[in-house]
Design a protein around this ligand. Structure first.
Ligand code: CUA
Length: 338
């Protein structure tokens, strides 16, 4: 009976341990890192986690063994033997945790120092947060501003944050770091993206009604593609004579994150369906072009029935005129087709 009880306990313990280990290891809890910093942070995470798993298994095993092995018989009312500690054991269980915690501290300090070290040759981007949109300004691109962050791969990226209203928080899960944007101060964040791709930028601080919609993309490109893009964009921004693609303005500013527009392959439903702009303009009793323009530059002046106020960002009134005009014409043309 006793033997079978022990076997049952050991069996249950092994099963529970196996399930817990499988859940920990097999499920993709963390996105795969796409920056050098995230790779190092993941290393520290697993370094600490493995230490914790080993220590927990030893403690839980010893506990389980003691519960079974040293349990009192039902009719045993006598006192246990007087025990006055065990010097050898106490030295070990002080020494081992001290070494482990010191190792965790040293590894973390090295990773923190490495992650903060900005390379000599870095790209500087100013990030502006406001209810409920992100915008990115490139000092090296004649202060050109976009709504989607484009950066070259394998190059130090230094982000400087400004908030125009409340506290937001910048987060690209694959880059492994978060940074709060606090009104009145300008915190920085250093990242070295090391995989070409498209990653979500998420506001991770509850900042108001449209918090959940405060999302855009970080696009990591090859250096050559980035240089070409930056040159083209800053030329289009500074020269009013260059033809600006309305579709590019739509995409760069992340309009598709909230709106449906068939011509741009956008299917989001946070804001009004832009395929039906002529219908909405009639409903608002406004001429189409004026309606589209004011909906972008002064979104709270008229809000589509059924949608809340103060969700559409107020930042788009600062779009350069050429970009705004191109966007308005593009929306009118696309919606008439749709
Ligand atoms: Cu900005 Cu949440």
């Amino acid at each position: 009976m006793r033997r079978s009880q022990i076997l049952t306990l050991v069996g249950l313990g092994t099963l529970a341990g196996g399930i817990a280990a499988a859940v920990a290891v097999l499920l993709p809890w963390l996105p795969s890192p796409a920056s050098r910093e995230a790779g190092r942070i993941d290393f520290v995470f697993w370094f600490v986690t493995v230490i914790c798993i080993v220590i927990f298994s030893i403690v839980a095993g010893a506990l389980l063994y003691s519960v079974v092995k040293f349990r009192a018989a039902p009719d045993d009312d006598s006192d246990g033997p007087p025990t006055h500690g065990h010097t050898g054991l106490e030295i070990w269980w002080t020494l081992i945790p001290t070494l482990l915690v010191t190792a965790i501290g040293v590894v973390s300090a090295i990773v923190l120092a490495k992650d903060d070290r900005v390379g000599k040759n870095y790209l500087h981007v100013n990030v502006t947060a406001q209810q409920f949109a992100w915008s990115f300004t490139y000092p090296s691109g004649k202060n050109m501003t976009t709504g989607v962050l484009r950066v070259p791969v394998d190059k130090s990226l230094l982000l400087t944050f400004t908030s125009k209203d409340v506290i937001h928080s910048f987060w690209v899960p694959e880059w492994g770091q978060k940074q709060d944007t606090v009104p009145g101060i300008h915190p920085t964040l250093h990242i070295t993206p090391d995989k070409v791709g498209r990653y979500p930028i998420i506001c991770t601080e509850l900042c108001g009604l449209g918090h959940a919609t405060m999302r855009t993309w970080a696009i990591v490109m090859t250096q050559a593609a980035f240089d070409k893009w930056l040159k083209g964009q800053s030329a289009a921004t500074s020269s009013p004579n260059t033809t600006v693609s309305g579709k590019a303005v739509f995409t760069n500013n992340g309009c598709g994150a909230c709106h449906t527009l068939s011509a741009a392959g956008a299917t989001a439903k946070v804001g009004p369906d832009l395929d039906k702009l002529p219908q909405w303009a009639t409903q608002a009793k406004q001429p189409l072009e004026a309606f589209v323009q004011s909906s972008i530059t002064d979104p709270n002046a008229y809000v589509q029935p059924g949608f809340p106020k103060n969700v559409m960002p107020l930042t788009f009134k600062s779009l350069p005129k050429a970009q705004l005009d191109a966007l308005v014409q593009y929306l009118i043309q696309s919606s008439k087709k749709g």
